[in-house]
Design a protein around this ligand. Sequence first.
Ligand SMILES: NC(=O)c1ccc[n+]([C@@H]2O[C@H](COP(=O)([O-])OP(=O)(O)OC[C@H]3O[C@@H](n4cnc5c(N)ncnc54)[C@H](OP(=O)(O)O)[C@@H]3O)[C@@H](O)[C@H]2O)c1
Length: 395
Amino acid sequence: MIPVRHLTILGSTGSIGVNTLDVVARHPDRFRVVALTADKSAKKILEQCRRFQPRYAVLLDEASAEWLKTEVRAAGLATEVLSGVESLEKVASLADVDTVMAAIVGAAGIRPTFAAARAGKQVLLANKETMVMAGRIFMDVVKENGATLLPIDSEHNAIFQSLPQHFKGDLGAVGVRRILLTASGGPFRQLPLSSLEHVTPGQACAHPNWVMGQKISVDSATMMNKGLEVIEAHWLFEAAPEQIQVVIHPQSIIHSMVEYVDGSVLAQLGNPDMRTPIAHALGFPERIETGVTPLDMFKVARLDFEAPDFKRFPCLRLAYQALATGGSAPAILNAANEVAVESFLKCQMPFTAIPAMIEEVMQAVGRKDIATLNDVLAADGLAREAAHEWLTCLA
Ligand SMILES: NC(=O)c1ccc[n+]([C@@H]2O[C@H](COP(=O)([O-])OP(=O)(O)OC[C@H]3O[C@@H](n4cnc5c(N)ncnc54)[C@H](OP(=O)(O)O)[C@@H]3O)[C@@H](O)[C@H]2O)c1
């Protein structure tokens, strides 16, 4: 008999959350949804409650949760509706949940993701910001509590698939020389540099290969997303920064590669569809159906590669810099980036101001040592204050 997995899906109304539920719905014999969560998307989560009948639905926003409570009752559902961060932590650590999809966007995901790791769950990690802000502390919590981590980011999932199954965190011991982290280069890879100042949020969110949430789409356009992924790869695979090479690969067919000392390069390929890494992690170690269109090599025909251009993508340089600086620097980078992206999406500042703001905030706040999650959250708070001050000066 197939063992049934009991799931909490943090961020169920987002791009990763919806793709997760799509895979789950294809395997009713394998998965039970115990809890779904979102911030304010009450109508969307109500539909998900009707379909998946979870025991809990959590909305961060209290007013949205009140509306949902009424609707859930009217629909005759047994789902208990909760609100607030503590409730997100509660459903991430329920005794009868074994697997938690961590797919809240941004720093907001850090507390529930930590709660899942502290409770020893199998954590399917989409929320890369947890790793960027608090990589060392998070990895320690995972180890101390017997939690397991499976990467959802397509690149990290590809690297995980290209490493030997007995890999335990020592790349040298399994003969790995380098990780080749692929990046599409986003929508502005070939745009004249002088035009970058005038790009709109709509253009930045129109990724050539992937359909994703707004924040990660802008991060892909600045290549901050790749920078965050370099930091994530550093902690997940214990790779030194110089062992992580970003490779621009515009077709997004190779999702990343691992280079071995004998000259072999192992890669994972597929059509760009997040249901593949999600299903890989949900079914691990088995392979399960996803509905993803099989890769047609004759249609793909060619695969291109180029080196990243730090002049075009200063955010990538800033991320490498934050990783080298260590301590609170990656948390500051992440917080400044979140404020900058939100402001750009609201048309409060131009696209090219995103790296400028991040660099100034990193300088203004300065690095501190990090020992606890509270230290991380304090650095995040200081960086947000500095970023908002920067915005006030811009206005
Ligand atoms: N999308 C992708 O293809 C992709 C690929 C790789 C990695 N990732 C990573 O996966 C994570 C999710 O990305 P996404 O694209 O799925 O984001 P998204 O579409 O924006 O969805 C974000 C989810 O988080 C919830 N949320 C937002 N703010 C919250 C808060 N303050 N507290 C609690 N919940 C909150 C949202 O609820 P509402 O609907 O109520 O706003 C939604 O359910 C990110 O860390 C991203 O970097 C995404």
